[in-house]
Design a protein around this ligand. Structure first.
Ligand SMILES: *[C@@H]1O[C@H](CO)[C@@H](O)[C@H](O)[C@H]1NC(C)=O
Ligand SMILES: *[C@@H]1O[C@H](CO)[C@@H](O)[C@H](O)[C@H]1NC(C)=O
Ligand SMILES: *[C@@H]1O[C@H](CO)[C@@H](O)[C@H](O)[C@H]1NC(C)=O
Ligand SMILES: *[C@@H]1O[C@H](CO)[C@@H](O)[C@H](O)[C@H]1NC(C)=O
Ligand SMILES: *[C@@H]1O[C@H](CO)[C@@H](O)[C@H](O)[C@H]1NC(C)=O
Length: 500
């Protein structure tokens, strides 16, 4: 005699057989084929575009012009995007990110002591000197010309003491602004930089735009131009929402999932993070999840600061581009975006060393699948590479055995460690092609945030596709995906929640 459960199981199998003998995932069915699967690895780093742009960009500056001393330095700007030269501000994401930006350069001065990098010349009328024209110029100040002391170059007034790592100290003679106009009444300039320069970059002979007004007077000349680098350098702080993956090394990433690059005018890790945060999603790979910042030397001279963005997290193993031709990579660091969702790719679920091609479960430490009353494995996690978007594991909605047509729910096993009031980007990938065009036509899935359905999608027969939503956290948030109805299966993978 058949028990009720045996009867139900039989009924389920009958449904499955009626659907053109679709073998369910639990029995290691073969997914239906679909045209032109996307290349999830995408393109790799376009090094030649980065190198050719680095040879065009001009980010050099110095204490020229009519500006008075102690002007605040302008914030980091973008000088190139994907091979086109631009002059744009860095998008600011949040106030807290902006505060960090001021503190986040190449490395910073840790005390008031500097080491001499090069000596000055130019003490006689036929023996003049030149000032640095270099990258990451910030601002200048003047100090008493009764002495010649680098430690007088107090740049704290400009709130830059943590960013300045190099000072070019020199006398600027015959500048009427310094001599008569500016209240400081001194011609001994301290030009501050966020990168270290050396004597080969002394090119600036005449400094002031006002020189043309000095007709019939002597032209300004420079004397005793010395260079000083901060004695102690510290690593730049890691931007909020990111983790340092590697660096500093002399190798840039050459890695898949490349989204493009920007040059910035300072080695500003927070600015690069802001560019990654605001980079539009790649149609295949989704949001920026990783950036590689590095300093480009051309013929040994700092030239630009490159920020390359990726939707696949890279690491030191692919940081193997040390430069090309005259260009040399230095100070390369990689940072990955923190995902609030623990184990968003289900890769924490493995077959535990069992020698099996496929295993599945209704839940493990990081994720839990639940079935409605009377349902059987309506939400599950599979470890089987052919079903996954990336890696080996994936979530499945719809009865794994094809034994009922109920919709299951997959959710993180614990509430999300969010910050109340903070906005987040929710991203995930789903597919519904397993059972073929006819059986998948009705596939659907709802995305539920703290019990509220934020969207229900009806993808039909479809390839892996990325989705993004903006959600606001209340703290300890609950995220659920409900859907599938065997054999209209929905697979879900690579779920991420990034602070905005
Ligand atoms: C994607 O890249 C990974 C690692 O770089 C490689 O193992 C895999 O074969 C690549 N997949 C495709 C489809 O190119
Ligand atoms: C960039 O734009 C700003 C503001 O428009 C301008 O002051 C600055 O001179 C420009 N810089 C370059 C290098 O063109
Ligand atoms: C210099 O760095 C050390 C180590 O990071 C720190 O303990 C010290 O307070 C710093 N000194 C100053 C003046 O910032
Ligand atoms: C110091 O600077 C002031 C203002 O530029 C200038 O008038 C004066 O001659 C300078 N003194 C010396 C000793 O260079
Ligand atoms: C200064 O720059 C030149 C030219 O690239 C380089 O050869 C030299 O090693 C640099 N000096 C220092 C101290 O970095």
């Amino acid at each position: 005699m058949f028990s009720l459960s045996r009867l139900l199981t039989f009924a389920g199998l009958a449904v499955t057989l009626a659907e053109c003998a679709i073998v369910p995932p639990a029995l290691q069915g073969v997914p239906a084929t679909i045209d032109s699967p996307p290349d999830f690895n995408g393109s790799t780093t376009d090094t030649s575009s980065i190198v050719s742009t680095a040879l065009q960009v001009n980010q050099k500056g110095g204490a020229t012009g009519d500006a008075p001393p102690d002007e605040p330095a302008s914030s980091t700007t973008v000088t190139a995007v994907d091979g086109d030269l631009v002059n744009a501000t860095v998008p600011t994401v949040t106030a807290s990110r902006r505060d960090v930006a001021a503190d986040a350069h190449l490395s910073r001065r840790n005390n008031s002591n500097y080491d001499l990098v090069f000596w000055g010349t130019g003490t006689g009328p036929n023996d003049r000197d030149a000032a640095i024209e270099g990258t990451a110029y910030l601002t200048y100040t003047v100090v008493s010309n009764a002495t010649y002391d680098i430690d007088d170059c107090s740049l704290s007034a400009t709130a830059l003491k943590d960013v300045v790592i190099f000072v070019n100290l020199y006398y600027e003679l015959w500048n009427p602004l310094l001599d008569f106009v500016f209240s400081q009444q001194s011609n001994l300039k301290c030009a501050a930089y966020g990168d270290v320069h050396n004597a080969t970059e002394k090119v600036m002979l005449y400094v002031n735009d006002a020189s043309e007004r000095l007709t019939r007077r002597k032209r300004q000349t420079l004397e005793q131009s010395t260079g000083w680098a901060a004695k102690s350098l510290v690593d730049p702080p890691t931007p909020p929402g990111y983790e340092l993956v590697f660096g500093p090394t002399d190798g840039a990433n050459n890695a898949p999932g490349y989204m493009g690059f920007a040059f910035i005018d300072q080695y500003d890790v927070a600015a690069c993070a802001a560019l990654c945060d605001t980079r539009g999603a790649d149609p295949v790979g989704g949001a920026c999840q990783y950036f590689n910042i590095w300093r480009a030397l051309v013929d040994g001279v700092p030239t630009t600061y490159s920020c390359a963005m990726y939707y696949i997290v890279a690491d030191a193993s692919t940081a193997v581009n040390f430069g090309q031709g005259d260009l040399q990579v230095t100070e390369s660091r990689g940072y990955s975006r923190k995902n609030v969702v623990v184990d968003g790719g289900f890769e924490g679920y493995t077959c535990g060393g069992l020698d099996v091609p496929l295993c599945f479960t209704q839940g493990y430490a990081n994720w839990q699948g639940t079935s409605p009353v009377g349902g059987n494995f309506d939400a599950s996690i599979f470890n089987y590479q052919p079903y996954a978007h990336t890696g080996n594991s994936v979530g499945l909605l719809g009865s794994a055995f094809g034994s009922d047509q109920l919709s299951g729910t997959i959710a993180p096993a614990s509430p999300l460690a969010t910050v109340a009031g903070q906005s987040y980007t929710l991203q995930f990938f789903h597919s519904s092609f397993y059972s073929g065009a006819q059986a998948e036509a009705s596939a659907s899935m709802s995305i539920i945030w703290n019990g509220v359905t934020i969207d229900t999608i009806h993808p039909g027969f479809s390839q892996w596709t990325g989705h993004q939503y903006t959600v606001t956290a209340q703290g300890n948030d609950l995220l659920q995906f409900t859907g599938g109805s065997a054999p209209a299966y929905v697979f879900i993978d690579d779920i991420a929640l990034f602070p905005m």
